[in-house]
Ligand binder design. Structure first.
Ligand SMILES: Cc1ncc(COP(=O)(O)O)c(C=O)c1O
Length: 397
C-alpha cells in the first residue's frame, strides 16, 4: 500500500498554499535541492567532463526511462528520456508514418493539445502536399479510423476537460485497420495507471514536469514497443541515437532499440531533479494513486456543486471516463481563478472559460480539498472575483 502521508512529507509545499496544479507543474521534491546541488558541485564541479563516464550521465536517459516505464506499463528498455514533448511528438509521428509508407493521413482530435497538432502539421507540410492531418471531434474518433489512416495521434487524457480515451479499444481498432498509434501521455503518466504493453500500443510520448514532478523544463520521454524498436527509423537522427556515437562515422546507423530515439546531449542537471522525483515515485503503486485520485475528485465535484451553483462541470461525471483533473466552466473563470490564487488555492485557466484543478494524491489529501472548496465557495458567493485586478490577463494563464 502506498503511504500517502509519507509521500506528502517528501514535497516542498509553501505554507498556506493548496496546490491543485500538479497536473501542470508538479511541486519540488524536498530531495531535489540536495540532488541537483550534488550534481553541480560534486559531479560537474569536481569531475567536469569525466562525469559522463564516472557519474554515469550518459546512461541516465534510459535509466530514468525504465523508472518511468514502470508507471506506464512499459517493458524494461522501451522508454528513453530527453528533449521536450513537442519534439518527441514529432519524432514519434515521423517514425510511425514511415511504417505505413502507402498511407498519407494522420488522424487526431480537436481535444488534442495544440502543440501536438502543430508538430504533426509541420511534419506533414515538410513531407509534401499529399499528406493530410485530419482532426475530428474526440467523440467520433473511432468512426474515423479506417484503412486510409497511417497514424492515430491522440492525447489519452484531454488537457482541458480531463476526458479520457479508451486506449485499449482504440489501439485494437487502429491495428485492425493497419493504423499505427501514437499516444501522448502528458496528462496520464503519474495520473492514472497506463498499460502500454498490455494495450499493445506502438508509440507513446509524455512529459515529466506535470504529475511526475521533474521540475520546470524537465525532459520528455518516448516509448517504442519492443516489437518495433529495431525496425523504426528515427527521423531526428542525432549523434546520440547512433549505434556508435564516438566512432564519429559520417554515415548514420541507428542505435540498438530505444537508444535510437535519443537525439543530442541530455540535460543532466534537469535529469538530476527528475531522479529525485522518481525516488518518490519508486515507492508508489499506481492502483493506489488511482483510487485516491477518484476519492479526491468525487469529493471536489460534490462539494463544488453543492456550494457554487454558477460553476458548470466540464469534466466527465463518471470517474472511469476521466483522468486526475477536474474542470469547471464559468464565464469569468479567469478572474475567479486569480481570486483563488490570491487566496492560496492554485489551479489554472484554459481559454475560453475553463477553471482547471489537478488532483495529485502524492501531496493532496481530503483536508486540502475541503479547504479549497470552502475558499472557492466564498469567492463565488460574495463575487470576490469581480475585481479589475483579477481581470488583467498575464502571459501564462
Ligand atoms: C498533451 C500535451 N502535449 C504536448 C505538450 C507540449 O509539451 P512541451 O512544451 O514540453 O513540448 C503539452 C504541454 O503541456 C501537453 O499538455
Amino acid at each position: 500500500m502506498t503511504d500517502f502521508a509519507a509521500t506528502k512529507a517528501k514535497f516542498y509545499l509553501p505554507h498556506g498554499m493548496i496546490y491543485l496544479d500538479g497536473n501542470s507543474l508538479g511541486p519540488m521534491p524536498k530531495g531535489a535541492n540536495a540532488r541537483v546541488n550534488s550534481m553541480i558541485t560534486d559531479e560537474w564541479g569536481q569531475m567536469l567532463i569525466t562525469g559522463w563516464n564516472k557519474a554515469g550521465w550518459m546512461g541516465m536517459p534510459t535509466g530514468l526511462g525504465d523508472r518511468i516505464g514502470r508507471l506506464i506499463g512499459a517493458e524494461p528498455g522501451s522508454v528513453v528520456v530527453g528533449d521536450t514533448l513537442s519534439i518527441k511528438v514529432y519524432q514519434a509521428v515521423a517514425s510511425a508514418l514511415e511504417l505505413r509508407p502507402d498511407r498519407k493521413v494522420v488522424l487526431s482530435d480537436s481535444g488534442n493539445f495544440p502543440s501536438d497538432l502543430y508538430m504533426a502539421d509541420g511534419l506533414l507540410r515538410s513531407l509534401g502536399p499529399d499528406y493530410e492531418l485530419r482532426v475530428v471531434d474526440p467523440k467520433v474518433i473511432a468512426e474515423h479510423i479506417s484503412d486510409e489512416v497511417a497514424v492515430l495521434l491522440l492525447t489519452e487524457v484531454d488537457y482541458r476537460t480531463g476526458r479520457m480515451h479508451d486506449m485499449k479499444t482504440l489501439t485494437e481498432l487502429a491495428h485492425s485497420n493497419g493504423t499505427v498509434t501514437v499516444w501522448d501521455l502528458a496528462h496520464s503518466a503519474g495520473a492514472i495507471p497506463v498499460h502500454l504493453a498490455e494495450c499493445n500500443a506502438d508509440f507513446a510520448v509524455g512529459c515529466t514536469y506535470k504529475y511526475l514532478n521533474g521540475g520546470p523544463g524537465a525532459p520528455a520521454f518516448i516509448y517504442v514497443a519492443p516489437r518495433l524498436a529495431e525496425k523504426v527509423r528515427p527521423a531526428l537522427s542525432g549523434w546520440l541515437g547512433h549505434e556508435a556515437p564516438f566512432a564519429f562515422d559520417l554515415d548514420y546507423r541507428p542505435g540498438t532499440g530505444i537508444e535510437r530515439m535519443r537525439v543530442g546531449t541530455p540535460p543532466v542537471i534537469q535529469m538530476a531533479a527528475l531522479a529525485s522525483a522518481l525516488d518518490i515515485w519508486d515507492t508508489v503503486d499506481m492502483t493506489d494513486v488511482r483510487s485516491r485520485s477518484i476519492e479526491l475528485t468525487e469529493l471536489f465535484i460534490k462539494r463544488v456543486e453543492a456550494t457554487c451553483p454558477d460553476l458548470e462541470l466540464a469534466s466527465p461525471r463518471d470517474p472511469n471516463e476521466r483522468g486526475s483533473q477536474i474542470s469547471f466552466r464559468f464565464k469569468e473563470g479567469y478572474a475567479a481563478m486569480q481570486a483563488l490564487i490570491a487566496r492560496g488555492v492554485i489551479g489554472d485557466f484554459r481559454a475560453p472559460d475553463i477553471m482547471r484543478f489537478g488532483f495529485t494524491p502524492l501531496f493532496i489529501d481530503t483536508a486540502d480539498v475541503e479547504q479549497a472548496v470552502e475558499i472557492m465557495s466564498k469567492i463565488m458567493k460574495d463575487k470576490l472575483w469581480d475585481n479589475p485586478e483579477y481581470k488583467i490577463r498575464q502571459r501564462v494563464t
